[in-house]
Every structure is written in C-alpha cells, then in structure tokens.
Ligand binder design. Structure first.
Ligand code: ARG
Length: 278
C-alpha cells in the first residue's frame, strides 16, 4: 500500500482506513505541570478545547476512519490524550504504566475500557511506558523512545509481549518528552522528525530506516507539527506547522491543518488525542 520515496519520481500515496480511540475532553484541564508546556496559571478554555477535539473527530469521520470514543474521568485531566493509553497490536493490548503519579490512575480506566470492548488480551505494563506516546508502530516493528516517560526495561517487555523487534531512540530535549512530539509516522517507509530531539545515534538509525525522512524545523516541531495522524495520504496536523505542511505537500501527502491550541497548552496535539487500534 505504501510507496518508496525517490526524489526523481512522482510518488502516488494511498490512504488506508483506521480504527481509532479518542477520549472525551469533558474533564480536560491543566491543573499540574509534568512537561515543559504545561502551565496551570494559563487557564484552559474548555469549550474551545472541546470544539478543537470535536473537529478532529469529525475530520477522522470525513476521512472514513472508525472512531471509538470513551468517556473521561473526573480528576484525570490528561485522559483526553488517548495515545498514551496503550500499545495495541493484533488483538493484544499493553496498557500504559504512567511515569507520573498524576496520571497513574488512568491505567485502570483504560484497562477497563479495553476489557469491555473485547480487544483481546490486555494487561497493564510492568515497566514504565506511556503507550503510543512513546511507542510507534511501523509495519512489523516498533519504534520506541528511551526518555523520561518510557524506560529501556519497557522495551524488553514490549518485545516479549508483542513478539516484534523494538528499535530504541533516545530523546534528549525536555520539550520533546514523548516520541510522538518529535517524530510522526507517515507511512511504513516515511517519517517526519525533528533531528534536534534525538541523540546522534538516534538520527543515524532514523536516517537508515527511512531514507529521505522529512526533517522538520525547530519552529514546526515546537508548533506540534510532528504530532500527526497519517493514513498514508492524509496527514492531520497542527496548523501551526506551516513549513512542514509545505514539505508534506511536496512529498505527495495531503496535510489537513487544524487549530489544536487548547490541547497544546497541555503538551499534546493531534496524535496525542488519538490511539490507533492496530
Ligand atoms: N499533559 C500530558 C502529559 O504530559 C500530555 C500528553 C500528550 N500525549 C502524547 N501522546 N504526547 O502526559
């Protein structure tokens, strides 16, 4: 379904429909700070946040994706970031084990949802791992970060649980605290990423795995431009990443820019609100 990048040829992209989980933003807020972007003294406009989240959900519907929505829980303001809930692959669910005390109670909520929805075997991770925020599926393998939210020990657990190779990428910049803030998977052979968020070894791995990877500017990365949901053709992205949208267009993708400003106040954007039920 995917195309290989070759600078000399016009690449034809194909969309595939996806099954996605989102969590209702009813209880979304910024009441504590566990990443660089969160400032509890800068109030969230919850109505606006809901409008932005609803628009995202609507766009997924327009693109033909199937969206499941679970309710949020009072007192868990970050649950809206469903990407962090789990890693889901072929009927197996490994529910996140959150690094910060503030988010730890979310694991039981997400586990309950997965048990009820019959996605197959589900368990809460033993090791610290924040789901698809830090562990991205690319075809037969997983790209996983090593950083403040996911440990190297978690990689062994992921490998054993899913029986697939796990490729470690170390994050180095506190602004990019989750892998999905610094790297977006566009299709099985294409990613966009911000090199400044990774070690030199990480950049080498990314360039070897994805020749022709799109390099985003610091400005676009800070506008949450890499926090995307791509179906292989359509790339839903924060509209702040204007240069990246141009780069995507030049490579045959169809960027769809959305205003995610209220969610960005918590350090999250498009991808953070979306868990792919692979
Ligand atoms: N406030 C949340 C946190 O710090 C934001 C999570 C964003 N999610 C993501 N997949 N990057 O945990």
């Amino acid at each position: 379904m995917t195309s290989t990048f070759s600078p000399s040829e016009q690449v034809v992209r194909h969309a595939t429909t996806r099954r996605l989980l989102m969590c209702d933003p009813e209880h979304y807020d910024v009441t504590y700070s566990i990443n660089h972007w969160m400032d509890p003294s800068d109030p969230v406009d919850r109505d606006r946040a809901r409008e932005q989240w609803s628009r995202l959900r609507e766009v997924y519907g327009e693109l033909g994706h199937q969206v499941e929505v679970m309710p949020g829980t009072l007192g868990l303001p970050d649950m809206v970031f469903a990407a962090n809930a789990a890693v889901v692959r072929e009927g197996r669910v490994l529910v996140a084990n959150f690094a910060y005390r503030e988010r730890q109670p979310e694991s039981a909520e997400f586990l309950r949802w997965f048990e009820r929805s019959g996605y197959g075997r589900s368990a809460i991770a033993r090791e610290i791992n924040e789901g698809e925020g830090d562990v991205l599926t690319v075809g037969r393998y997983l790209l996983a970060s090593v950083g403040s939210r996911t440990t190297l020990a978690a990689h062994d657990e992921l490998r054993a649980y899913f029986g697939v190779p796990v490729i470690p990428l170390e994050l180095t910049d506190p602004r990019f605290y989750h892998l999905d803030t610094a790297l977006g998977v566009l299709d099985e052979s294409t990613v966009a990423y911000y090199p400044g968020a990774f070690t030199a070894a990480g950049v080498t791995i990314i360039e070897q795995l994805f020749p022709g990877a799109i390099r985003a500017s610091e400005e676009d990365a800070c506008g949450f431009g890499l926090n995307v949901m791509s179906d292989g053709l359509n790339v839903v992205v924060s509209h702040r990443a204007t240069n990246l949208m141009e780069q995507l267009r030049a490579r045959g993708f169809n960027p769809i820019g959305l205003d995610m400003s209220e969610l960005i106040k918590s350090g999250g954007s498009v991808k953070c609100c979306t868990l792919e039920l692979h």
